[in-house]
Write a protein that binds this ligand. Structure first.
Ligand SMILES: C[S@@+](CC[C@H](N)C(=O)[O-])C[C@H]1O[C@@H](n2cnc3c(N)ncnc32)[C@H](O)[C@@H]1O
Length: 318
């Protein structure tokens, strides 16, 4: 974290020095910050000498606050999903860029504002929409089948008591507030005060990932980044849990010529496409020092690679 970042940002940027090192920005290069948030990465990119930064965020609040958080004529802010970056860059006549960073997940501002409904620490309406459009968490929970709710909790929260929690949610409908949902989940999962991990964490994560199509966005964002980088350009991606990290790991392995793991049912086939990434770095985790200053960085992991000159692949991660 840069000292300027610590002074201004309501969200403490994670692994920021490591991301900037992985991007190897040179003077006057053009960079994309795909997840602007509170602008921690953007500010560091500008301090590192970037000639221009295009900051994307799907959250209109982040974009509205952005210009005063990072007042710099080299910054353009765009209220779009990062999966759309290649289209937006083309529409603005920017062309291929030198560096792209993605910092996946929610920001502290989103978590800390009770009215956004992302957190069970403070009571608020069950919203959880990053873009403030589409289905709210309350609308989803009050209309979906029990089996669909259970599938979301299992697939995106790795929740072992998914069925019991889904049943309890359906029995308690309508559910409108974050505190109500947290109480239902704790009761159904047999949570005792003082227990180490609160099961509400997994349920809230699962519903958020589902409503915002976060894993699909990540896959499409990686493919969009591959289309947006010039040969020699660099991609750095920070994730916060294993579901996301698995997608990024598979992307870099596949796109750098590594073979996907085969199985009896899906034997490995040789791929005629050329690698689009090289010099894929070993994953980087926060130092003890960073963790002591920012416990929210606990599960963060950075993966990065350098774009080759090969044409972008047509599909998402296999
Ligand atoms: C972890 S925060 C980023 C924090 C930022 N690196 C900083 O230092 O302030 C993630 C941000 O990405 C945004 N976001 C998540 N998914 C997105 C997507 N698919 N497209 C654009 N923005 C997204 C969220 O709205 C949130 O503001």
């Amino acid at each position: 974290m840069t000292s300027t970042g610590a002074r201004h940002a309501p969200h403490v940027a994670v692994l920021v020095n490591e991301v900037i090192a992985a991007l190897a920005l040179d003077e006057a290069g053009t960079a994309v910050d795909g997840t602007f948030g509170a602008g921690g990465y953007t500010r560091a990119m500008l301090s590192a000498g970037a000639g221009r930064v295009i900051g994307f965020d799907r959250d209109p609040d982040a974009i509205a606050a952005g210009a005063s958080l990072v007042p710099d004529p080299r910054l353009d802010l765009v209220n779009e999903n990062f999966s759309q970056m290649d289209r937006v860059l083309a529409e603005r006549g920017i062309g291929l860029v030198d560096a792209i960073a993605l910092d996946i997940g929610v920001s502290s501002m989103q978590l800390d504002r009770a009215e956004r409904g992302f957190s069970f620490q403070a009571d608020g309406p069950l919203d959880m929409r990053m873009s403030k459009s589409g289905l709210t968490a309350a609308e989803f929970l009050n209309s979906a089948d029990e089996a669909d709710i259970a599938r979301v909790l299992r697939d995106y929260g790795e929740e072992p008591r998914a069925r019991a929690i889904a049943r309890a949610i359906v029995a308690a409908r309508p559910v409108e507030r974050t505190a109500e949902l947290a109480a239902i989940v704790r009761r159904a999962a047999g949570f005792r005060p003082g227990q180490k991990s609160d099961p509400a964490t997994r349920t809230f994560q699962a519903i958020r990932i589902h409503l915002n199509s976060e894993l699909d966005e990540l896959e499409q964002g990686l493919a969009a980044a591959e289309r947006s980088l010039r040969p020699g350009g660099r991609l750095a991606v920070v994730t916060f849990h294993s579901l996301e990290d698995r997608i990024v790991k598979r992307f870099f392995r596949e796109r750098s010529g590594g073979k996907p793991a085969g199985s009896r049912h899906r034997p490995v086939q040789s791929d005629p496409r050329e690698p689009t990434f090289e010099r894929v770095a070993k994953p980087v985790s926060p130092t003890e020092r960073e963790l002591a200053a920012n416990p929210r960085a606990r599960s963060a992991r950075l993966r990065s690679g350098v774009r080759t000159a090969a044409p972008a692949w047509k599909d998402k991660v296999q």
